[in-house]
Design a protein around this ligand. Structure first.
Ligand code: BGC
Length: 372
């Protein structure tokens, strides 16, 4: 099963989950939310990109930590700007096309003190950061993801209230939703002004709802953001992990990941079909599972790609796939226990140990094809 020519194959990560040494709204929220040294990717990115290269990847998704770039309001840290330039150059040197996320849920402490997304000026604060970053890296980056999973983020941080800043209100959630939509739109225009050929979108976490749930939840959860920014996006970023499980519906027993997430590869086909209405290129910006023993990962990837291939054959314009994640990393409120990596990280020594599934993924990427 061949994939389209020039298909992007990569892995995805976010700064806070891998870099280490970051002070932001999460690290300040208490010990449980402090990623500490994480994978020390800040110092080991070259070695890590070598691993991605050895898997025959031709792309990589990463995020830039706002709290590093603008630790004090309005003051940009030149050392950190040069750091990320070196990161991007390291990707370029290895032939890895960067997909850069600008907001993967973490922000500088000062932004939190100002009331974060509830501050009326939040989109402008964000735009100032975006303008700086895009101006600095305009010759190195074509693909920009403004906001990662606005639906998951708002649900955890403002509705369930189990992530910083721990709010629990539907009203507040909708206020933040509006602020994120506005921020995206402003960033979209800004990025296009600075980089005319840029490709800009968001990455949303779409769930495969079934039965009555599809009727009630599909529109709100899967389409609220994509629809709101419909005329301000060049591509759709799809993060797919599960069917229904976020709403805890009892389905027939299925294979599960270490996090008890039901594995349902066919779901990726259904959600891809659901995105056809936007008539835009799609990148699968995340797909993966926690599997410490690496027993299910290779099959998981093959099965999801199999269904992706079927969607492509039926006319869905999918142009890339990013496995989450290259390395084991800090899994937000769940800490370091869940193991999502194609490469195991021994956190005591920071040693990287590629898991067997990484060989399978490397073959797929090399051949641009899955053999079933
Ligand atoms: C997020 C990642 C997270 C992954 C696994 C996605 O919701 O974008 O940051 O680690 O899923 O839970």
């Amino acid at each position: 099963m061949k994939f389209p020519e020039n298909f992007y194959w990569g892995t995805a990560a976010s700064a806070y989950q891998v870099e280490g040494g970051i002070r932001n709204n999460w690290s300040e929220a208490g010990e449980k939310f402090d990623a500490g040294n994480a994978c020390d990717h800040y110092n080991r990115y070259a070695e890590d990109f070598d691993l991605a290269k050895s898997m025959n990847n031709n792309a990589h998704r990463l995020s830039i930590e706002w709290a590093r770039i603008e630790p004090v309001e309005g003051m940009f840290n030149q050392v950190e700007i040069e750091h990320y330039r070196n990161v991007l150059l390291a990707l370029q040197k290895r032939g890895l096309e960067p997909f850069v996320t600008l907001y993967h849920w973490t922000y500088p402490v000062w932004f939190g003190e100002k009331g974060h997304w509830l501050n009326i000026g939040a989109p402008q604060y964000f735009a100032r950061f975006v303008e700086k970053i895009v101006g600095e890296y305009k010759n190195l980056v074509k693909f920009w993801v403004t906001v990662n999973e606005p639906n998951i983020y708002t649900a955890h941080s403002f509705l369930r209230g189990n992530w910083p800043p721990f709010k629990k209100s539907f009203f507040v959630t909708q206020q933040v939703v509006r602020a994120l939509i506005e921020s995206h739109k402003q960033s979209y225009k800004l990025i296009h002004k600075i980089v005319p050929g840029a490709q800009v979108g968001i990455a949303n976490n779409n769930t495969n709802f079934k039965g009555i749930l599809k009727y009630f939840s599909d529109d709100y959860w899967n389409h609220q953001f994509f629809r709101a920014i419909e005329h301000h996006q060049d591509f759709l970023g799809l993060n797919y992990y599960f069917s229904n499980s976020i709403f805890d519906v009892v389905l027939r027993p299925r294979e599960k990941s270490d996090l008890n997430w039901k594995i349902e590869p066919k779901g990726i086909y259904s959600v891809l079909k659901g995105l056809k209405r936007y008539n835009k290129p799609i990148y699968i910006t995340e797909n993966g599972l926690a599997d410490a023993r690496d027993e299910k990962r290779a099959k998981f990837i093959i099965d999801h790609l199999n269904w992706t291939h079927k969607a492509i054959a039926e006319g869905i314009d999918v142009r890339g796939y990013f496995y989450w994640s290259l390395l084991d990393n800090f899994e937000w409120d769940k800490g370091f226990e869940p193991r999502f990596g194609l490469v195991e990280v021994d956190y005591k020594t920071q040693k990287r140990i590629p898991r067997p599934s990484s060989k399978v993924y490397a073959e797929i990427c090399k051949n641009n094809c899955i053999k079933i």
